[in-house]
Design a protein around this ligand. Structure first.
Ligand code: FES
Length: 140
């Protein structure tokens, strides 16, 4: 085999391996939902209502926060939950459209933040929300 062909083939193999690893990492993170990155201003987070047009569940990631906030639209009301497990503070994952689960010890919370399966005993922290014109305000 010529040196040039050897290099081409080995590069393709490396690229395929890297792509496979990336896909595995993405699926391992557990969230197929878009993440809306934003900042906190005066203990409030502002989210455009238009992001709920494509999906009633949005993951909001405030800058500098370790935990995301899941915002679920139900009819015309919104529920904002901190995705921090109440057992030992692990970051939660979206569990389909039915709620959130913890990969550390298996706690499961429903979409309103209520514990469905322990060891967690307390519901998720929720935030008050307010609709102002075309924006959703999450009060922290
Ligand atoms: S940290 Fe979530 S179940 Fe233990």
């Amino acid at each position: 085999m010529e040196r040039r062909n050897f290099i081409k083939i080995t590069c393709k193999i490396c690229l395929l391996g890297a792509a496979g690893a990336s896909i595995a990492e993405l699926s391992a993170c557990g969230t197929a939902y878009p993440v809306f990155k934003t900042t906190v201003l005066d203990k409030k987070i502002t989210v455009p209502l238009s992001i709920f047009a494509t999906n009633s569940l949005q993951i909001v990631r405030p800058q500098g926060w370790y935990y995301d906030i899941a915002v679920q639209k139900t009819d015309s009301s919104y529920t904002a939950l901190l995705l921090q497990c109440t057992h030992q503070e692990n970051q939660l994952e979206v569990n389909g459209k039915n709620g959130y689960s913890c990969s550390l010890h298996g706690s499961v919370f429903n979409k309103n933040g209520k514990v469905m399966k322990g060891p967690a005993e307390k519901a998720l922290k929720s935030y008050k929300t307010l609709v102002e014109e075309d924006k959703l305000i999450i009060m922290l």
